[in-house]
Design a protein around this ligand. Structure first.
Ligand SMILES: *[C@@H]1O[C@H](CO)[C@@H](O)[C@H](O)[C@H]1NC(C)=O
Ligand SMILES: *[C@@H]1O[C@H](CO)[C@@H](O)[C@H](O)[C@H]1NC(C)=O
Length: 428
């Protein structure tokens, strides 16, 4: 383990590409080809794996979205989360047939159904991370995280990696809408996903994690794939994994083929023509302040007519649901009998037996249709006949978010060329 100063780091950066005797520059990409047959040609595929403890909790999902985007969640939402957690806790106690203390019962409330295996360091340490296009930090639970804040997560131990280097004098901090924060120090180390290795990736080690992450025992951290301008490392923001990997990729792109109730894939460096049909329609991306922000050309509910209206929002793999302006959400649920915006459940709900329409959004002249099944997120609590909607209002969160509900309905190209674009196509 070697500590390097910012000065040395800057010098290293400046010397990039001058010869193999020099230390690897920040973001050196190598491909080892182990997990991905095409890695040597600058193409890799990452396969998601299912989070074994995943249980959807609609109110919690909405609550976390408030926190992620720095908003204070309203009281009714906090109460709705508590109510569902209490009912699950009560159920677990009943199943165990004892009255053991709450803390003794491993209740996990997961919002994230799929994670992606990665390795950090030498020899490789395995972690399961959440790929998040709505943030730009690569942070992990680590040997610096207090034990009291770890509940089953795998950790990265820089002292056990011969290639780790402390990025001296650097720190990071992400503040959430509940006032809690995740923060820590920064190491530079090898970071490998799907056979693609970035040799000098800033790996942000948590010295404190927000409680909402502690409770998600199978997520060991995040890989932010937003733009590097959103990275929170101080005094010098660090490049995301994608920005570091770009030079070694055949094309400066990654694509998502996320799936309904099944693990999806992320491809880096190429567009796999067998994963989509028809044309890919590209729209401009506004990357200030660092999200994949684009403008949709309108929407339709079920087989209704298409309303042309501009809806600006972000493509965010790290958000589960679709959040749109209230007027659109209201128009959608008008077509669902028995639907209501429930404060006690923390969002739009409807009788599980109700027929829900599909939802279509426009990408230029193209249309992406989200099937009805994706828009019913299932019972608000186990066995309930009330179901939570996959489409929710963005008014409290303050930003329209095309989360997994929307992304699963298409093959999406995140094109990091200058200027960046987002491409949408029908899945094959
Ligand atoms: C990490 O990078 C070093 C060179 O910087 C290399 O020798 C080592 O094999 C790499 N480890 C892994 C696990 O890729
Ligand atoms: C493209 O996708 C198909 C279907 O998922 C897969 O079988 C094939 O191996 C992929 N090709 C490459 C080059 O990854």
């Amino acid at each position: 383990m070697v500590a390097i100063t910012n000065l040395l780091l800057t010098a290293t950066l400046g010397a990039a590409g001058l010869g193999s005797a020099l230390p690897p520059r920040i973001g050196t990409t190598v491909v080892d080809g182990e997990n991905s047959p095409d890695a040597s040609s600058g193409r890799v595929t990452l396969h998601q794996v299912r989070n074994p403890s995943y249980r959807f909790n609609g109110a919690l999902s909405v609550y976390k979205t408030y926190l992620k985007f720095g908003k204070t969640a309203p009281d009714y939402l906090v109460k709705a989360v508590a109510k569902i957690q209490d009912s699950r806790l009560a159920e677990a106690v009943r199943r165990r047939g004892d009255t053991g203390s709450a803390a003794a019962i491993p209740i996990d409330e997961f919002d994230i159904a799929y994670v992606t295996p990665v390795t950090v360091g030498t020899p490789p340490q395995k972690l399961n991370l959440d790929i998040d296009t709505g943030s730009s930090d690569l942070w992990v639970f680590s040997s610096h995280t207090p034990a009291s804040q770890i509940r089953g997560q795998e950790i990265y131990t820089p002292s056990k990696s011969s290639t780790s280097q402390l990025l001296a004098g650097h720190s990071w901090s992400i503040t959430y809408g509940d006032g809690s924060a995740s923060r820590g120090n920064v190491y530079i180390d090898n970071f490998t996903v799907g056979g693609l290795t970035v040799k000098s990736q800033a790996v942000q080690c948590a010295q404190q994690v927000s409680s909402s992450f502690t409770s998600e025992g199978h997520i060991d951290g995040l890989v932010g794939l937003g733009f590097s301008s959103l990275n929170t490392v101080n005094p010098k923001a660090q490049l995301t994994f994608f920005d570091n990997a770009k030079a070694g990729l055949e094309k400066p792109v990654f694509t998502t083929d996320l799936k309904f109730h099944a693990p999806g894939t992320y491809d880096f460096g190429f567009i796999n023509a067998t994963k989509y049909k028809g044309e890919i329609t590209y729209v401009p991306v506004n990357n200030d302040p660092g999200y994949w922000t684009f403008t949709s050309s309108g929407y339709a509910v079920g087989s209704g007519t298409f309303s042309t209206t501009t809806v600006t929002g972000i493509a965010d793999t790290g958000t589960t649901l679709l959040y749109l302006p209230t007027a659109i959400v209201t128009a959608y649920y008008r077509g669902v009998s028995g639907a209501s915006n429930s404060r006690s459940y923390g969002g739009y709900v409807f009788p599980c037996a109700a027929t829900v329409p599909s939802f279509t959004f426009g990408i230029g002249a193209a249309r992406v249709t989200i099937p009805p099944s994706y828009l019913n997120y299932g019972p608000v609590t186990d066995g309930s006949s009330t179901c939570f909607g996959g489409l929710q209002s963005s008014s409290g969160v303050g930003i329209n978010i095309f989360g997994d509900v929307a992304l699963k309905a298409a093959f999406v190209v995140f094109d990091g060329s200058n200027p960046p674009t987002l491409g949408w196509a029908a899945k094959a």
